[in-house]
Write a protein that binds this ligand. Structure first.
Ligand code: NAP
Length: 282
């Protein structure tokens, strides 16, 4: 294996330690602790684990979290009411509604109800629009984590060819916007892209966020490329990324593993966003 393995756990730990230090400074200055409100509708086991991990990370960074666990039968209106109340609550700095919500609830309506100043997942149309216009706002956690990994690796993005596989609102599009803002030349691939491996092979920086296990192998990687694998796919053989790590590592200069690459960064950036939301309040 020739490629350097990018240690997302270590980079995430560094971000979390930095946030913890900055929380101490924030408390000294403002006399209060940043507060994250988490909301989970239903009892999906994976969502419960995600929420537990996020709340634990909050504690470890010296921040407070307040959890609202609602039964699966909660109506859309009841959820919208809670999200509205949290927006008005002066004690709350960040609001995180764990997705997916049950099928009878429209996730877009819920996201639109979140106060953009407290939108620590960076998913509201206001924050997505600010990002699209290159203006400061809260950036969604996984894309922000991808950029933090690239920064940590010292990757020169200016003028680089970047290819993003996936065009979701959650990952692909915001990653592409951030790369563009960093002056990379960006191509976005999706399920209708004609020559996926050929397009990917142009990339100095390849970001895979398709949700298809081992979609990209060595034939999709330019020699010396930096490969960031966002994919988290549960298969019979265990967790798999969108990239065949072993094959791609023979060609790439550096690559993120799955697990242990982008995943840990998502929680770290949530903490950074919660602190940023707290700081930006007057
Ligand atoms: P998504 O909403 O399902 O979007 C997937 C995107 O990939 C779509 O744009 C789709 O194209 C494209 N795509 C699907 N199959 C493709 C193919 N065969 N060739 C080329 N493009 C293809 O997924 P997502 O929410 O963005 O998540 C993507 C992956 O990242 C998933 O594995 C998810 O679990 C993972 N993820 C990880 C983290 C983390 O913290 N590590 C966070 C979020 C997501 P179309 O638009 O044409 O359908």
């Amino acid at each position: 294996m020739a490629a350097r393995i990018i240690d997302g756990k270590a980079v995430a730990a560094a971000v979390r330690a930095r946030v913890a230090e900055e929380v101490v400074a924030y408390e000294e200055e403002r006399g209060r602790t940043p507060v994250l409100a988490t909301v989970l509708v239903g009892d999906d086991p994976a969502s419960q684990i995600y929420i537990r991990n996020k709340r634990k990370a909050c504690d470890e960074a010296g921040m407070r979290s307040v959890h609202h666990g609602l039964p699966a039968e909660t109506s859309e209106n009841e959820l919208l009411e809670l999200v509205g109340e949290l927006g008005l609550d002066c004690d709350v700095d960040g609001i995180l509604v764990q997705l997916p919500v049950p099928e009878h609830i429209d996730p877009d309506r819920v996201v639109r109800a979140i106060d953009p100043a407290k939108d620590v997942d960076g998913l509201t149309p206001v924050n997505a629009g600010l990002l699209a216009q290159g203006m400061p706002g809260l950036v969604s956690c996984t894309p922000a984590g991808v950029m933090e990994l690239l920064r940590h690796e010292g990757v020169e993005l200016e003028g680089a060819e970047a290819v993003v596989v996936g065009r979701s609102k959650l990952v692909g599009v915001p990653v592409a916007r951030l790369l563009l803002a960093a002056n990379a030349t960006v191509t976005v691939c999706h399920s209708r892209t004609r020559d996926l491996p050929g397009t990917c092979r142009r990339a100095d920086v390849l970001v895979a966020a398709a949700g298809v296990p081992h979609l990209l192998g060595a034939e999709a990687v330019k020699p010396g490329a930096i490969v960031i694998d966002v994919g988290v796919n549960r298969t019979e053989e265990g967790l798999r990324g969108d990239v065949d790590t072993e094959a791609a590592a023979e060609v790439a200069a550096a690559i993120t593993p799955v697990p242990g690459g982008v995943g840990p960064m998502t929680v770290a950036m949530l903490l950074a966003n919660t602190l940023a939301a707290a700081r930006s309040r007057v």
